[in-house]
Design a protein around this ligand. Sequence first.
Ligand SMILES: [Cu+2]
Length: 143
Amino acid sequence: MKKVIITTALTVAVFAAPAYAKEYTVEMISTSDKGDYRFSPQHLTIQPGDTVTWINAQDDSHNVMTSAFPKGAEGFDSPMLEKKGQKWSYIFKKDGTYEYHCHPHADLMNGTVTVGKPSAKADIVVEGHHHSHGNHEGAHSKH
Ligand SMILES: [Cu+2]
């Protein structure tokens, strides 16, 4: 009888959560003695309005910056996360495919976030290798 009550309480909690905006976590893994550098999960599929939070899983410096993003959307460029537990969040508003990497470990750490439907190749803006840290938001026009 006790077991039935617990199950019911869990079900209520799940249905009480808002269905329109979810939060996802991506770990920035750098187990350097094993040469293991990656984002986990590397590929994520979410819906517009959802938030992705990247969290530094070890004491190493990581960031996230887009390599490509859907036409009509904006790229992103996080500050450097230098300590274990530091995190950075981004709310994805526009459908499509976002490709990103960690600048210090660009060859090892890359990932994608697909928002809603993936973009067709022709609808993706590939970013040049500019690294504009700092006042990034101000450089974009409002929409
Ligand atoms: Cu990194």
